[in-house]
Design a protein around this ligand. Structure first.
Ligand code: GAP
Length: 539
C-alpha cells in the first residue's frame, strides 16, 4: 500500500510546483475543474504519448504472437444527439442522487456514497464515504463536528449504505452528511451529460451534449475506418480526448472531475475469439501501468460483479489503484467486453446496414462448397442464419478505457516521496523527491554550470542547446548547486548534469541520478545517449 498522504498538503505541493492548479482560482475556483501547470502539462502529455506509442503505434504481439493492428481517430466533442440516444446515455446515464432540503445546506450526494452509521445510545450519523471503512473512520469527526454525544469508547453498532436498496434504511432516517438534519430527499436519477445548444436559438431541437466518453465517436466511425483502411479483424481504433460528466460530487482532487481526458481503445474481433482478446487486453493494460513505475502491489484488477455491470457489458475488469486518499482501491481503468451492443444499437438507430463485417477470407476459403462466389447471389437462396453468420456478422468489442487524469494523479501519488537524509555536515535533513519513471518525468535533464565563470556557462549553454531538440531540458545557474539539485528532485528530473572545472580539461561532466544520488563522469558527447537509454520503452 502506498503511504497515506495528506491530500490537502499534497494538492498544495502540486500547486506550488506547477503540476496542478484549481481552475479559475482567482474567482474562487469551480468545483470539478482543474488546470495543469508547466510541469503538469508535460507530465500528462508524456502519459498520453506513452499510451499512444505503446498501445497504438507499437503494441506488443497478440495472444498467438500475431501483430496487433491499431489506428487512431480524433472525433468532435459534440456529435449528433441521436448518438447518445442509441448509446443509452440519454436514457440511462444517470446517478441516483439525494439532496438536503435544509435552507443554507442544500448539499447533493450520490445515494450510493451515503452511509448511516448507528452508534450505541441511539446516536445516528450520516456520512459521505467511498467504503464502510472510510465511513466508520469519518463518523467520529462528523459526530464531534455536529456536537452529537457519543458513548465512551464508541464503536458503531451498524453501518448501512443508503443507496437504493429496498430493504435498506429509509432515507428519512438518514441525517444529511453535512448538516446532520433529517432532511434528505428521496433518490432521484440525475443525468450526467452536460447540455448545450448548437446554433443561435436555445431550443430542444438545437440541444446537443458534450460527449461523456470518447468511445461513441469510434463506433459511429467504424464503417469509415474500415472503408478507408481496408483493415481486417481483429483490429483496434484508439482515441485520446476530453470527456465531460456533470458529476454530482467531484472529489479527491482530480480523481472525479467534471472535465477529464480519456484514452480509449475499441478492439473489434470475431465473437468466437472475444474472450481471448478480453484476457489479452486485461493483462496487457495492468502490465502497462507497472512498466511505467506503478508498483504491482498498488494495482488491483477486480472483476465486476454481474449487478455492477454497465448496460452494454458482458464482463468488465476494473484495474484499480490504491490511491492514498482511500482505504480501498479505486478505478484507474475499466476493461470491458461490450459484445456487439454498440454497433448493433447504432445500426438500428441510424438505419445504416453496414455496421457489420464481411469475412472475405473465410468466404473465399469456402469457395468450393458453393455454386457462386457472389455473396449477394448466394443470399438470394435464403441460406440459414447460422450459415450467413459465418461470413457476415457484427464484431464484438473489447474496450480498455483509461483516464489520463486519473493516471496522472496515480503517477503523482506514486512518485511523491519525502526522504529522511543527512546533509553535507551530517545533520538530519529531508528531501522531497518525485520518483517519476524517466519516460513520464516532465523534465528529463537539468544542466548546471557549477559557477558562473571560467567558461562554464558557455560550455553548459552549448550542452543545453544540443539536448533541447530531443528532450525537455532545463537550464539553471541560480544559487548553490545543492539547492539546484533539490529543486530538480521536487520536479522529478531523473538527471542533473553539472559542468565543472574538470569539464574544461577533459570534456566530461557529472551526471547525477535522482534516485541513487550517485554521480558519474560522462563524456559530453555521451550525455544524450545516457538520457535516451533511460527513455527507451522497456529499458
Ligand atoms: N467508454 C467507457 C467508459 O467511459 P468509464 O468507466 O465510465 O467507462 C473510463 O470511464 C475511465 O475514465 C475511468 O476508468 C476513469 O479512469 C476515467 N473517468 C471516468 N469518469 C471520470 C471522472 N469523473 N473524472 C476523471 N476520470 C474519469
Amino acid at each position: 500500500m502506498p503511504t497515506k498522504i495528506d491530500m490537502a498538503k499534497f494538492a498544495s505541493f502540486c500547486k506550488d510546483m506547477g503540476f496542478i492548479y484549481q481552475s479559475s482560482e482567482i474567482y474562487g475556483g469551480i468545483n470539478g475543474f482543474w488546470d495543469y501547470g508547466p510541469l503538469g502539462v508535460e507530465l500528462k502529455k508524456n502519459i498520453k504519448d506513452a499510451w499512444w506509442l505503446d498501445m497504438v503505434r507499437n503494441p506488443p504481439p497478440g495472444p498467438d504472437g500475431q501483430e496487433i493492428r491499431m489506428v487512431g481517430l480524433d472525433c468532435a466533442i459534440i456529435m449528433n444527439p441521436k448518438v447518445w440516444v442509441a448509446s443509452g446515455h440519454v436514457g440511462g446515464f444517470a446517478d441516483p442522487m439525494v439532496g438536503c432540503k435544509t435552507e443554507g445546506c442544500n448539499k447533493l450526494y450520490r445515494a450510493d456514497k451515503v452511509y448511516l452509521v448507528d452508534f450505541e445510545g441511539g446516536v445516528k450519523v450520516g456520512v459521505e464515504a467511498n467504503s464502510k471503512a472510510e465511513a466508520e473512520a469519518a463518523s467520529f469527526d462528523v459526530a464531534k463536528r455536529s456536537k452529537k454525544r457519543l458513548p465512551p469508547n464508541p464503536a458503531p453498532l451498524a453501518m448501512e449504505l443508503v443507496g437504493l436498496a429496498k430493504d435498506g434504511p429509509g432515507i428519512a432516517t438518514v441525517p444529511c452528511p453535512n448538516c446532520q438534519e433529517l432532511s434528505l430527499t428521496e433518490p432521484r436519477a440525475f443525468n450526467l451529460m452536460f447540455e448545450s445548444n448548437a446554433g443561435a436559438i436555445q431550443s430542444e431541437e438545437n440541444k446537443v451534449y458534450l460527449r461523456p466518453e470518447t468511445a461513441q465517436g469510434i463506433f459511429v466511425n467504424y464503417r469509415n475506418v474500415l472503408d478507408s483502411t481496408r483493415l481486417k479483424l481483429p483490429f483496434g481504433i484508439a482515441q485520446v480526448g476530453k470527456a465531460f460528466r456533470n458529476e454530482i460530487n467531484p472529489r479527491n482532487f482530480t480523481f472525479r472531475s467534471r472535465e477529464f481526458e480519456q484514452m480509449e481503445i475499441e478492439f473489434f474481433c470475431r465473437p468466437d475469439e472475444s474472450m481471448k482478446w478480453y484476457e489479452y487486453w486485461r493483462d496487457l493494460r495492468k502490465t502497462w501501468y507497472s512498466t511505467l513505475g506503478i508498483k504491482s502491489d498498488n494495482l488491483v484488477p477486480r472483476e465486476q460483479g454481474k449487478e455492477e455491470l454497465a448496460h452494454y457489458s458482458i464482463g468488465t475488469t476494473d484495474i484499480e489503484y490504491m490511491f492514498p486518499f482511500s482505504d480501498e482501491p479505486q478505478e484507474l481503468e475499466g476493461v470491458a467486453h461490450r459484445g456487439s451492443f454498440d454497433l448493433t444499437a447504432h445500426a438500428k438507430h441510424s438505419g445504416n446496414d453496414k455496421l457489420n463485417y464481411f469475412d472475405e477470407d473465410r468466404w473465399n476459403a469456402d469457395a468450393g462448397t458453393r455454386t457462386t462466389n457472389s455473396f449477394k447471389e448466394w443470399m438470394k437462396a435464403n441460406p440459414p442464419a447460422d450459415e450467413i453468420g459465418k461470413y457476415q456478422f457484427t464484431p464484438h468489442v473489447i474496450e480498455p478505457s483509461a483516464g489520463a487524469d486519473r493516471f496522472t494523479l496515480a503517477v503523482l501519488c506514486e512518485a511523491y516521496t519525502v526522504e529522511e537524509l543527512k546533509d553535507a555536515k551530517g545533520n538530519p535533513d529531508t528531501r522531497t523527491v518525485m520518483r517519476f519513471h524517466p519516460r513520464l518525468a516532465p523534465i528529463k535533464a537539468a544542466v548546471f554550470p557549477l559557477v558562473n565563470k571560467d567558461g562554464m556557462p558557455e560550455k553548459a549553454t552549448a550542452l543545453y542547446r544540443s539536448l533541447k531538440p530531443y528532450f525537455n531540458v532545463f537550464y539553471d545557474d541560480k544559487g548553490a548547486v545543492g539547492r539546484r539539485y533539490r529543486r530538480q528532485d521536487e520536479a522529478g528530473t531523473p538527471f542533473c548534469i553539472t559542468i565543472d572545472g574538470q569539464t574544461l580539461v577533459d570534456d566530461t561532466v557529472t551526471v547525477r541520478d535522482r534516485d541513487t544520488l550517485k554521480q558519474e563522469r560522462v563524456k559530453v558527447g555521451d550525455v544524450r545517449g545516457v538520457i535516451e537509454k533511460a527513455l527507451t520503452p522497456g529499458a
